[in-house]
Design a protein. Structure first.
Length: 447
């Protein structure tokens, strides 16, 4: 049994790794600035967690785990360095976990790409679990119905979401690597845009045994290699005869020109057809008979913070969505408009990071066409400093017909609530504090 100490243990990614280690029998401690639901769940599993960062929190014989968000002058990092402790980036720990799984004979399936990796890794984990395969997994969101973001089990598969945002994806050597798509993003790291991103993925491809790519995505097609492909036309795995209803999406899947199966999912939008194709391709390439697991696809209702309904107030439905890239926002709003009608959609957009807003400014301006009304809140900076000339108020001015609401998300809710009417569908969009919009609206409504 080993000891691990997590700095900022309460995030969805870090908490998943901590949960996996606890279930594997290791001793886990950690710290965080807030007492979240993830922190409470880890305490129930036996983790010792302190609120606030302090050098006193660090055990003298633990491996210390950090994420890219942890600054080098964090007091716990400084204490770990002074003590000579081993310090792992979270990606280094995930690599170690994945290698141990492979040594035990598990097939390591990694889902990557600019969009959809949380949904595809979660869907794959869900389908295998519900079909009795007892997979081990670590993903970047809460898997619906299962209510968890990680588990350590003894089945033959290990599933993980592989993050490319900081280049650490090159650490992994999956048996099957799925690349959903590639687009410019994380421009604070990929300063040369697509060329840097493609170089990173080509390094990762060299370390992977089998690679599956979206053959309809222009970014993925910049990669060189021998790939298994999925798409809507010219690919090894093709979706055809797609039928959308308010309750479901139904389509046939062909493999090498022959009918493979029919799939029915609850999720809306063409992006979720691609997500399902990615998972079906991976499962088939892993040797699983898709017809033995296909019924489990329909039970999947979407990952936490992926078009997740959070409340309903006087006939107004409120959804939370993690979309923070123009393509993700467009996909969410397209699916919502198909379901509820464009005129009913109220999109509340919190830009995430100044570098992303600057680098994709024009792309963001075309992402909201399927919303009847758009509200722009102040930028969620994450760890960034402001950039002169890049702000939410100016963006709202350039986005025709949109409104700018300043202040906290509580302030936004206070201004928004009186303007809503029966039949509106409010969708909070972003990777920051916009996630509390539904709670703030409920609080306003009850006061």
């Amino acid at each position: 049994m080993a000891k691990y100490h997590f700095i900022a243990i309460g995030g969805v990614g870090m908490s998943g790794l901590a949960k996996y280690l606890l279930e594997e029998g290791h001793e886990v401690s950690g710290s965080d600035m807030a007492d979240t639901k993830y922190v409470e769940n880890l305490r129930k599993l036996g983790a010792s967690i302190k609120i606030g960062h302090s050098s006193e929190n660090v055990p003298d014989d633990a491996t210390v785990i950090v994420s890219s968000a942890i600054r080098k002058d964090n007091p716990e990092v400084l204490k770990a360095i002074a003590m000579g402790l081993k310090i792992y980036h979270r990606s280094g720990l995930l690599r170690e976990i994945s290698e141990q799984a492979q040594q035990k004979g598990k097939c390591f399936i990694g889902f990557s790409g600019t969009h959809g990796k949380t949904t595809t890794s979660g869907l794959c984990s869900y389908v295998l679990d519900k079909s009795g395969f007892e997979p081990a997994f670590v993903v970047g969101g809460i898997v619906p119905d299962l209510g968890i973001n990680a588990q350590h089990k003894d089945g033959n598969y290990f599933i993980a979401e592989l993050d490319e945002s900081d280049g650490t994806i090159v650490k992994y050597s999956p048996d099957i690597l799925v690349i959903n798509n590639l687009e410019e993003d994380h421009l604070d790291y990929y300063t040369n845009g697509m060329s840097d991103l493609v170089k990173t993925f080509e390094t990762e491809i060299e370390k992977s045994k089998k690679i599956i790519i979206n053959n309809d995505n222009s970014g993925a097609k910049l990669l060189n290699g021998n790939f298994v492909t999925f798409g809507l036309n010219n690919a090894d795995y093709v979706a055809k005869n797609i039928v959308y209803t308010k309750e479901s999406t139904n389509f046939d899947i062909y493999h090498n020109g022959q009918v493979l199966t029919n799939i029915k999912i609850q999720l809306s939008g063409i992006h979720n057809v691609y997500n399902t194709l990615a998972v079906v391709s991976a499962l088939c390439e892993a040797g699983i008979d898709i017809n033995k697991v296909k019924d489990s696809f329909y039970g999947f209702t979407g990952m936490g913070r992926r078009f997740q309904k959070v409340c309903e107030i006087d006939g107004v439905e409120v959804y939370d969505d993690y979309a923070h890239h123009p393509t993700e926002i467009k996909a969410t709003l397209d699916a919502a408009a198909t379901k509820f009608g464009k005129e009913n959609i109220v999109a509340v957009f919190q830009p995430h990071r100044y570098t992303r807003l600057k680098g994709l400014w024009n792309e963001f301006k075309t992402a909201f066409d399927e919303a009847g009304r758009v509200i722009v809140t102040d930028v969620y900076a994450a760890s960034e400093d402001p950039i002169e000339g890049i702000n939410a108020e100016l963006f709202a001015e350039e986005l025709d017909g949109s409104e700018y609401y300043s202040g906290s998300i509580g302030d936004v809710a206070r201004k928004l609530l009186p303007t809503l009417h029966d039949g509106n569908v409010v969708i909070g969009l972003g990777a920051g504090t916009i996630t509390v919009l539904g709670k703030e609206l409920e609080k306003m409504e009850k006061s």
